[in-house]
Design a protein around this ligand. Structure first.
Ligand code: FE2
Length: 297
């Protein structure tokens, strides 16, 4: 899920990893994936392919159709990049683990999407601490085929470099989290998913759009910049765009004036619903209440 927090960047460093290249990229080494690793991809791919029609947004489905991504093999980043570059100028580069924030933003600002090179093990299909090739490629790359999202994620990279210098990255990271990772969007048939954290998770794919527990609230920038999020479980609140094209305006926002205001205004908890919210669904909160009470594992 890349760049959701500063803590996340410690993983590779904490493990003592020293990058060979300053931008932390490595060769994908596609020929070295084992049959077992391709089989994990296939399991995940097929499970999501069954769940996503009628739940993922049109832009995601179209992006997936146009990319060399299929069930049988972990995609080859060079082949992905060839198609992606022609469409939106993006490419996919391999990294061995989470990378430091500045390295991550520098890649995004230059239309390079750093993707985990490894794939999760068969016993960790539903939980992993670091984004792997399934999350990064299956979850993120189809939407990078969309020119608006392509623009937005590049702008986020540029904004991230500035926010990091100002020490306000936590505020900006919430925008990425509640859009690129966990965003929902209105479409004529109903609410649909565009967030990569959701489309790469079978359980959250269903939870985010169908469960009665979470809130679904209209996206409003300042509101989102003030809202804490959960990194360890399903979200308590999903923010909903009226249309994907709204991200274009967001890509052009100068965030600088927001930081002081948002910092002074204080934070909202992940499950809060405010009088000023445009509420699509007021959640029961049942799932997280049961978790807190120890009823759910
Ligand atoms: Fe991600």
């Amino acid at each position: 899920m890349q760049s959701q927090s500063h803590e996340s960047a410690k993983h590779g460093l904490a493990a003592g990893y020293q990058p060979d290249r300053p931008d932390w990229t490595i060769d994908q080494g596609w020929a070295n994936y084992t049959a077992e690793e391709h089989a994990v991809w296939k399991t995940l791919y097929e499970r999501q392919s069954r769940l996503l029609p009628g739940r993922a947004c049109d832009e995601f489905i179209r992006g997936m159709q146009d990319l060399p991504i299929g069930p049988d093999q972990i995609p080859n980043f060079e082949q992905l990049s060839e198609v992606l570059t022609k469409r939106t100028g993006w490419q996919v580069v391999a990294v061995p683990c989470l990378v430091p924030d500045d390295v991550f933003f520098e890649h995004l600002a230059n239309r390079r999407f750093p993707s985990g090179q490894f794939i999760r093990k068969p016993h960790e299909l539903d939980y992993l601490e670091e984004p792997d090739v399934f999350h990064d490629v299956f979850g993120h790359v189809p939407l990078l085929m969309n020119p608006v999202i392509a623009e937005f994620i590049q702008a986020y990279g540029k904004g991230g470099l500035r926010a990091n210098q100002r020490g306000v990255l936590d505020k900006l990271a919430r925008v990425y989290w509640y859009t690129v990772e966990f965003g929902l969007v209105r479409q004529p048939e109903g609410l649909r998913i565009y967030g990569a954290g959701i489309v790469s998770s079978s359980a959250e794919t269903v939870f985010s759009v169908e469960d009665h527990s979470p809130n679904r609230i209209g996206f409003e920038l300042e509101r989102v910049m003030r809202t804490l999020y959960r990194i360890d479980d399903f979200q308590e609140t999903y923010f909903v765009l009226d249309k994907i094209d709204d991200l274009l305006a967001l890509a052009q926002v100068d965030f600088d004036p927001y930081y002081d205001r948002v910092t002074k205004a204080g934070e909202h908890l992940p499950g809060d619903v405010l009088d000023s919210d445009r509420v699509f669904t007021r959640g029961t909160g049942r799932y997280h209440t049961q978790k807190r009470e120890g009823i759910l594992a």
